[in-house]
Design a binder for this molecule. Sequence first.
Ligand code: SAH
Ligand code: SF4
Ligand code: F3S
Length: 451
Amino acid sequence: MIREKLLYVETFGCQMNVSDSEKIVALLSKVGYHPTQDSSRADLIILNTCSVREKPEKKVYSSLGRFKGLKKGGRRLILAVGGCVAQQEGERLLENIPYLDIVFGTHNLHLLPDMVRRAEEGARLAETGFIDSEERLDLFPVEDGAGGVSRFVTVMQGCDNFCSYCIVPYVRGREISRRSAEIIREITEMAERGVREVTLLGQNVNSYGLKSSGEPDFAGLLRQVADIPGIERVRFTTSHPKDISPPLIACFAENVKVCGHIHLPAQSGSEAVLARMNRGYGRKEYLEKIAALKAARPGIQITGDMIVGFPGEGEADFQDTLSLMEEVGYADLFSFKYSVRSGTGAAGYPDDVAGAVKQERLSRLQELQRKITLEGNRSFVGTIQEVLVEGVNRRGDQLFGRTSGNRVVNFSGPPSLIGSITEVAITRAFQNSLLGETRTSRQLAAASGIL
Ligand code: SAH
Ligand code: SF4
Ligand code: F3S
C-alpha cells in the first residue's frame, strides 16, 4: 500500500495568508497530500511567509533553519516557501538556501501541484510571475468545503494604494476584484452548510468593484451578501479610510446584518506624518469619517493599526497619535514600530527615530490602549449582548462567541447553542474578553435563590 503523503503548512502574516494556506491545503489534497500538525512526519513542508515588517520576515528565516535539520539523514522531504517573502526574493531564495526545493509567489498557488510533482523527481524550482487580470482569482479553489460558524471570503486581492512605508503593493500586485456572482455563489453554499457569519476579505475591501465593469461597489456587494438566506452577520476587513463612502456608511445605519464593528487603520494622528505616509487623508478627514460611522451606528466598535517612529515623527506628532486614539476610543489597536522596507517610498527617508525612542513610544501607546480597551470592555457590564456562538473555549468548560462589535464573550451553556445568536448578559470585563451568562442560566440561578 502506498503511504499517504503528509503536508505541514506554517503560516505567517495576515488573514490573506491564512486564507491562502487553506487554499494550498485544498489544492494539494487533490494530489494526495494530507495535512498534519507534526512537521517531523511531513513529506512536504510549506512556509507561507510575510514580509510586512522586519520581525515577521526574520521569523521565516528562523523557521527555515529549524526545518533544515529534518532533511538530514537522507530522508526525502520537500521544503517550499510561498507568500510575500517568496514573492519578494524569488530565485534568490533558492540560490541562498541550498536545502530549499520550491519558491512560489503570491499569484502562483495554482502551480503548486505541478511544482511539487517535479520536486518529487528532484527538481528545484521558483515561480513568482504576477497575473494582473481577473483570471488570477479564478485559478484555485476558493472553497474547501469546511464548515464552521464563521468564515472568511476573499473578495479582492492586491493593493494600489502605495502607502509609503508598505511592501504589500509590491508583493501582492495590483488590485483585482472577484466577480460578485462568484462571491454570492460561494457564500450561498457556505450558508447551506451552516455558516452564519462571513467576513469579506481583501487588502483594501472598500475599493471593491471600482475598477471592474458591471460589478457593484463595495456597499452594493455588502447588501447582496447580507440578503443571502442563512447569513445572519456580515463583517469585512481591511478598510481604507479614504474609501469609506457615504453609501458604505449608510449600510451601517440601514442593515442590521452588517456588524457594528469596523477595522479602520489610521496609522498616525499627525497631519504631517500622514502626508508623508501617502495615506490620502488627514487627521480631520479621518475623524469626520469616524464621527459619521458613530452617528450611523451608535455604539459601533472601532479597531485600527498604528505605526510609531515613522521617519520625521517628533514627540508632538506622537502626541497627536495619542490624542487621536482617545478621541476615537479604539476597542483595540495593533501597533508597530516602523521598519524600513526596501523598495518602498519611505525607504528614501532617513530612518531617523532612534530604536529606543520607537520602543518607548510603542510602550506608551500600548499602555494607553490597554486602558481604553479595558474601559470599553467595562462599559458592557450590565448590558445584554447578542452573541453568535462559535464553539467551546480552549479549556473546554465554556462556550465562546462574539458580539456584533467583535468582543469575545465566554459563558456557560449547552453546546446546542453553537451556531445560533444568543442573548448574553455581560457580568464581568477583562482585558481581552467579557464574561456573561445566558438568560436560561440566569433564570435557573434566580429560581435556586442564587441571584
Ligand atoms: N491594508 C492592509 C494592511 C496590511 S499591513 C490590510 O489589508 O490589512 C498591516 C499593518 O502593518 C499596516 O496597517 C501597518 O500598520 C503595518 N505596517 C505596514 N508596513 C509597515 C512598516 N514598514 N513598518 C511598520 N508597520 C508597518
Ligand atoms: Fe499597505 Fe496601504 Fe495597501 Fe494597506 S492600503 S496594504 S497599508 S499600501
Ligand atoms: Fe504580510 Fe503579505 Fe499579508 S506582507 S501582512 S502576508 S499581504
